[in-house]
Unconditional design. Structure first.
Length: 201
């Protein structure tokens, strides 16, 4: 009977353990977010949620850009030095600045076409918040490279809690859809500061 080398077994168990932690972290964040949105749905109108739904699409788009420019190169290199990390991060900033320029100039057109006057300011504010994304992606890529999956998983429900609690407080103070946008920005800021601190970027 052929035996499996101990090194391969330990690596497989490490990957499995890391994946299970990430799944648990994402699940906790989803539960927290859904619970918060259930409360916010009683404080905000459907039209206000519509404005936020459009602006929220920028976050996965920016994450996809920085994933290709930052996370993939950092994770694939056998050896990594500070210059390579810095180059990847600045490439991410270059791409995000280009995306911000596109959003800034097209925001009035999108707002006019959808007949949502407040959408212009909402898109432009969220666009500048995307400047946090390269730092967040860099820190998270380094944590993944070091197999510190538990650290990433811990931040997931924490950032979800920051989003929900801050948004509810602001909604109760009459800030309308801005409560959701500022909540998302505070959540992204918390995540960025967290991964930068934990990874030592």
């Amino acid at each position: 009977m052929q035996t499996v080398p101990e090194s391969k077994t330990s690596l497989a168990s490490m990957i499995l353990g890391g994946a299970s932690r990430l799944i648990a972290g994402r699940l906790a964040r989803v539960i927290i977010t859904l619970a918060g949105l259930a409360i916010l749905s009683r404080l905000l109108t459907p039209a206000e949620f519509g404005v936020v739904a459009i602006t929220a699409m920028m976050l996965p788009l920016s994450a996809a850009l920085t994933h290709g420019a930052i996370e993939v190169p950092i994770l694939r290199r056998d050896k990594l030095d500070d210059d390579e990390v810095s180059s990847s991060m600045w490439l991410g900033y270059f791409m995000i600045v280009g995306l911000i320029g596109i959003i800034w100039t097209s925001a009035p057109i999108i707002s006019y076409q959808l007949n949502l006057p407040d959408l212009t300011d909402a898109l432009r504010l969220m666009a500048f918040g995307l400047l946090l994304q390269p730092g967040c992606s860099t820190g998270e890529a380094i944590l993944r490279r070091k197999r510190r999956f538990a650290s990433i998983a811990t931040l997931m429900p924490l950032t979800g809690g920051v989003y929900v609690i801050s948004a509810i407080i602001m909604a109760l103070n009459g800030m309308g859809f801005w409560s959701l946008i500022y909540g998302q920005l505070l959540s992204l800021l918390t995540r960025t500061l967290g991964v930068i601190w934990l990874s030592g970027v």
